[in-house]
Design a protein around this ligand. Structure first.
Ligand SMILES: *[C@@H]1O[C@H](CO)[C@@H](O)[C@H](O)[C@H]1NC(C)=O
Ligand SMILES: *[C@@H]1O[C@H](CO)[C@@H](O)[C@H](O)[C@H]1NC(C)=O
Ligand SMILES: *[C@@H]1O[C@H](CO)[C@@H](O)[C@H](O)[C@H]1NC(C)=O
Ligand SMILES: *[C@@H]1O[C@H](CO)[C@@H](O)[C@H](O)[C@H]1NC(C)=O
Ligand SMILES: *[C@@H]1O[C@H](CO)[C@@H](O)[C@H](O)[C@H]1NC(C)=O
Ligand SMILES: *[C@@H]1O[C@H](CO)[C@@H](O)[C@H](O)[C@H]1NC(C)=O
Ligand SMILES: *[C@@H]1O[C@H](CO)[C@@H](O)[C@H](O)[C@H]1NC(C)=O
Ligand SMILES: *[C@@H]1O[C@H](CO)[C@@H](O)[C@H](O)[C@H]1NC(C)=O
Ligand SMILES: *[C@@H]1O[C@H](CO)[C@@H](O)[C@H](O)[C@H]1NC(C)=O
Ligand SMILES: *[C@@H]1O[C@H](CO)[C@@H](O)[C@H](O)[C@H]1NC(C)=O
Ligand SMILES: *[C@@H]1O[C@H](CO)[C@@H](O)[C@H](O)[C@H]1NC(C)=O
Length: 369
């Protein structure tokens, strides 16, 4: 089915095709594009928006560096072996930490003397599998947090470099799934989220940061907890899953972790809580009472009604839906984002941030599929 907008786009492209091509500005260089000439440029932020987006991304790179080292140091070789991870797997994690050194250096170079330094962090994992699970989650919002702002940066040169580091992070995310024997990429599109959503998910891990670190200016929303979140970790002891949770390039899981129609139990905080490093940030919402859950995954934002609301708890139902209709990729699959909103505002990947003023709490990561 064509919308009026897509018919318009078709008509436009038809007329472009019919017209003789405009002269090329340089040999083999069709007209158009941005930044393709020899105008000088800098790999530097061009706005507060750029600075703060990169500041958030740098804080993200620092925690990943810490996390990978911390996990390697915390567990013994025997612990790793029991989870099916051998010496070469551990070297891969070490190599990922080295990649984070490079990513942090890159963004530090872009931001210059004001760049944030590394902080101290807290994690709640006690087993290798929980460590890997934490890596899946932190790289998930690290990756999606950048996709949400990359195309909005004023500085295209900075965006180019950041893209080259986040492409590596995306591979890390997938490898951690493979370390759990999960289907490595159960989506057709990796979703983006807003800076404020990423910051909300990052803040609970930060304990202290140096006083000179630039403040993170994004909104920190009240926390949301999916209290019956399915767990990849719990699968490891399930007899019906057998070896499916040992490391593998890919596994068809015989029993999905979650399916459309599943009731999701939600519990959220009220605004005004001190969070983040040195407890120096305060959660905030500008939204009215919660009415919907927003499911952010693939190219889609899907709303389901919030039900059984009692104070700061409620339920909703995992939606059905496919990216391009029946038979294509299910929208809800993998580690994805759920938040509570006061309205069902229609947004698409490029204008997702319009939903920020309507977030009551969250997002939380949902372990679906
Ligand atoms: C946070 O606390 C640490 C340890 O007390 C201190 O060194 C650091 O300067 C503080 N940072 C901020 C932003 O206040
Ligand atoms: C979320 O809910 C679960 C289940 O009640 C609980 O075990 C967990 O501690 C909660 N997480 C947070 C961060 O409050
Ligand atoms: C899985 O089994 C191991 C060993 O039997 C146990 O220590 C661990 O707590 C179990 N994990 C979960 C998530 O049930
Ligand atoms: C798990 O793998 C081992 C070694 O490949 C095999 O002997 C065992 O039967 C498998 N267990 C299950 C439940 O598939
Ligand atoms: C894996 O799952 C797909 C989709 O459900 C199915 O078509 C395929 O036969 C499965 N393959 C195996 C080896 O289980
Ligand atoms: C939340 O943010 C809005 C917009 O900046 C501000 O007007 C409001 O005072 C803040 N609320 C709290 C509780 O800090
Ligand atoms: C609402 O929550 C309160 C406190 O948790 C509980 O005592 C009460 O029974 C709940 N009400 C309903 C209708 O479930
Ligand atoms: C998911 O997003 C795609 C692209 O915008 C759209 O075509 C499709 O209709 C959406 N699917 C659902 C179920 O909303
Ligand atoms: C998708 O398939 C189901 C089952 O075959 C059918 O009931 C439903 O109407 C289909 N939906 C669409 C949008 O085609
Ligand atoms: C977001 O963009 C879509 C077009 O992709 C548009 O239809 C929608 O109205 C926009 N939403 C808002 C809140 O502006
Ligand atoms: C999630 O994706 C996997 C891999 O494509 C597929 O086997 C599974 O059925 C999907 N889950 C749901 C709930 O559709």
């Amino acid at each position: 089915m064509f919308s009026l907008a897509s018919l318009g786009a078709l008509a436009l492209s038809a007329s472009v095709l019919a017209a003789p091509p405009p002269p090329m500005v340089a040999p083999y260089t069709p007209q158009g594009g941005l930044g393709t000439n020899s105008t000088p440029f800098q790999y530097a932020p061009l706005s507060d928006f750029d600075f703060q987006s990169l500041n958030l991304a740098l804080n993200q790179e620092w925690i990943e560096l810490d996390l990978f080292h911390y996990g390697l140091a915390k567990f013994s070789v025997a612990d790793f072996e029991a989870a099916g991870l051998g010496a070469e797997d551990r070297f891969l994690i070490e190599y990922m930490a080295d990649q984070e050194v490079g990513h942090a250096k890159l963004i530090t170079n872009i931001l210059g003397h004001a760049a944030a330094k590394q902080c101290t962090y807290k994690y709640s994992f006690n087993t290798v599998r929980e460590f890997v699970d934490t890596c899946i989650q932190i790289t998930r919002f690290g990756e999606s947090g950048v996709y949400g702002f990359l195309e909005h940066l004023n500085s295209r040169p900075a965006a180019e470099l950041l893209l080259q580091s986040i492409s590596t992070e995306a591979r890390q995310q997938m490898i951690f799934r493979q370390f759990e024997g999960l289907f490595p990429m159960p989506v057709w599109f990796e979703t983006g989220v807003t800076q404020s959503m990423a910051w909300t998910l990052l803040a609970p891990y930060l304990v202290t940061c140096p006083a000179e670190n630039p403040r993170i200016e994004w909104q920190n929303f009240p926390a949301l907890n999916i209290t019956n979140n399915p767990s990849y970790v719990a699968l490891s002891n399930s007899s019906t899953i057998g070896n499916n949770t040992l490391p593998a390039i890919t596994h068809n899981r015989s029993i999905p972790l979650s399916s459309p129609g599943r009731t999701i139990d939600l519990s959220w905080e009220l605004p005004g809580k001190k969070v983040g490093y040195n407890q120096s940030y305060t959660t905030n919402t500008t939204a009215g009472p919660g009415k919907y859950a927003i499911w952010i995954s693939q190219l889609n934002t899907t709303y389901t009604p919030l039900e059984n609301v009692n104070g700061t708890t409620g339920t909703t139902t995992q939606p059905e839906g496919f990216v391009f209709g029946n038979g294509t990729a299910p929208i809800v699959n993998g580690t994805m984002f759920v938040a509570i909103t006061d309205t069902n505002l229609y947004v698409t990947p490029f204008n997702l941030s319009m939903v920020n003023p309507h977030i009551v709490a969250g997002p939380a990561l949902y372990m679906s599929g």
